[in-house]
Design a protein around this ligand. Sequence first.
Ligand code: HEC
Ligand code: HEC
Ligand code: HEC
Ligand code: HEC
Ligand code: HEC
Ligand code: HEC
Length: 480
Amino acid sequence: MYRTVLASVATLLLAALPAIAADYPDKKQADIAKNGTYVGSDSCVTCHGDIHANWEKTRHTQKARKGPAMGKDFSSSVYKWVQRDWDKLDSHMILDQKDKTTNYVTVRKYKLEEVGYVVGQIRKQRYAVYYDGSPMEAYLQTTKDGGISWTIDKSKTVQYSGNKERAGWKFLTLEMKPKDGEFNKNSYGEFYSWQERCIGCHTTGFDVKAWTKAKADFVAGKRADLKDIFVADTRVGCESCHGPGAVHAKDPSKANIINPTKITDVEARKMVCEQCHTRTAKNLHHKGANDLRGYRIGDKYSDHAEYTRPAWGKGNRQTSIDGKGRRDHQMDMDIRLSATIKGAHSAHAKMACFDCHDSHNIGTGKASKVLKLSAKDTCAKCHGDKAEAYLKVLDGSKGWAKYGYGDWANEGGRAYPRQHMFNKDAQGRSYGVTPDKYHWALKEAGDTKKQDDWSAIWPWEKEAFEKKGMKVAIGATPWK
Ligand code: HEC
Ligand code: HEC
Ligand code: HEC
Ligand code: HEC
Ligand code: HEC
Ligand code: HEC
């Protein structure tokens, strides 16, 4: 009784304060996060040389590198066999979308010397070449599986009328894997430019306002080109996790830079990594964008984007029928499901990635170097001698049928160590939610008896959907 009263008083007090005050140790940091200027990681090297040296070896610095067209030596950034075999590869450029299943691609192939940015290095690599929006003769590229794989029809050409909206750094149809000779034989199909689509998750401090203005100016003929990428750092730099550092780098103190572990608001804390380690359905403010461009530490996910939709009971490429993630960089959604499975106070639902991961040593290639402790000790802190057995939940594929195109209706998830669903069934297998915990939202003014009128939603989005006036149902098949 006392507890309930105290809790509601506390809630009232919190609600009365401006949202920002709850997010940070102090107001000054909130101002810096919102309004500060990004300066890039090399401004931090003089005083934090050791951290900088560690960070330089991490995968966070290998995401996007300047290529030969930007005057950079590419001998270490481009896979060796790609350099060797370039002339034999299908290096066409993806120009634009014709309709949902058809793209225009260039007839001509591009030289390695024309590549301006190389994106990725560990598991796959993609290449971007500058395009100015001009009309040209083109091939058509089509997909039969909703965009997973694409085939170029080289038997005929068509006239593409050009589109200045699509100008910028554009992807080639190549997607290469780390092993010699291995590439995605079904060519890549991303038709938006790198700046329009996904730059925010692979760089630091992308200036979305400057980009939007530059694009409008270019389309109106008031600007020469769209080669600028408007970022403070081409890598996932210090400031993606510590906030803008211009003031701190000039006049350093603990008060003018953010240490993520000191953020008290659970949501703001989790978002430090989840701004990128997530899979969005779409950005709410920028058509075509799939990142949380413009995110500043302290923002909420819902300020910028919508999560990719689950398909409870049906499964899809992104999630299995119980909600387990199926693709990379969606560990956040696995972890968030814990609150539905284990209740609002779930220890796992509250954890931020950096509670287990070592932010300055992300994937330096050495075993378990992504964590602060060994994998076993990470779990043993709370689970003692059960740790080893519990670690099996990081293998979401074990015990379940394989999934693939057209065969999504099972519980198969990602192989070790990529599943982050901290829940198991009676057999110790990684498991998501049971049908009685599915969440659905009724699309406005729909027929409650028709399946098509209900769309699956993540449980943590319930409140946001209700705020929009949508009816939310919990449990399997509400239309029955
Ligand atoms: C001129 C030297 C200098 C530069 C440049 C510098 N720092 Fe610092 N930084 C410091 C000092 C000194 C402290 C510790 C202050 C204290 O103990 O009161 C610090 C502390 C920090 C902390 C810890 C804050 C805390 O609350 O624990 C972070 C994070 C940090 N710096 C990040 C950065 C980043 C990111 C950059 C580059 C944008 C940067 N620093 C550039 C000197 C510098
Ligand atoms: C991927 C996110 C991320 C990146 C990138 C990152 N940091 Fe950190 N940093 C953190 C987190 C989280 C902490 C809190 C330490 C912990 O987790 O225990 C931290 C802590 C610190 C501290 C406090 C001292 C310490 O070691 O705990 C300093 C100083 C610092 N970082 C500087 C930097 C600098 C300089 C860079 C770039 C060269 C950088 N960080 C890059 C996330 C990051
Ligand atoms: C600005 C976007 C961004 C932020 C913020 C960010 N990451 Fe990353 N992270 C990436 C990208 C892009 C990669 C791709 C690296 C790869 O696999 O080549 C990556 C890679 C990783 C990997 C290695 C993946 C692998 O395949 O080995 C780990 C682990 C990781 N990040 C953890 C974190 C943690 C923990 C934080 C927060 C402290 C964080 N990241 C913040 C974008 C980000
Ligand atoms: C919501 C953030 C986000 C968006 C949007 C995004 N990525 Fe990533 N990307 C990541 C993260 C995080 C990883 C690391 C995956 C992991 O290990 O979980 C990654 C991994 C990659 C890799 C493999 C990296 C390597 O070193 O092998 C490539 C290549 C890549 N992304 C390219 C792209 C391209 C091209 C786009 C846009 C068409 C894009 N990404 C959009 C966050 C994002
Ligand atoms: C409860 C601790 C814990 C939390 C919280 C956690 N992870 Fe992990 N993560 C692990 C463990 C353990 C591994 C397996 C490491 C190993 O054995 O190499 C792992 C592996 C990974 C890998 C694969 C790394 C590789 O080298 O293949 C990525 C990527 C990753 N985590 C990202 C994240 C992200 C993003 C978050 C936050 C949304 C997160 N993790 C939260 C414990 C955690
Ligand atoms: C900070 C403490 C803490 C850490 C660290 C931690 N856990 Fe947990 N874990 C819990 C708590 C508490 C529960 C009970 C449910 C809840 O609160 O979410 C739990 C529940 C679980 C469950 C569900 C158990 C069941 O019976 O269904 C699994 C599986 C699990 N954790 C795996 C892991 C793994 C794997 C790691 C290491 C990568 C880990 N945990 C690290 C605190 C922790």
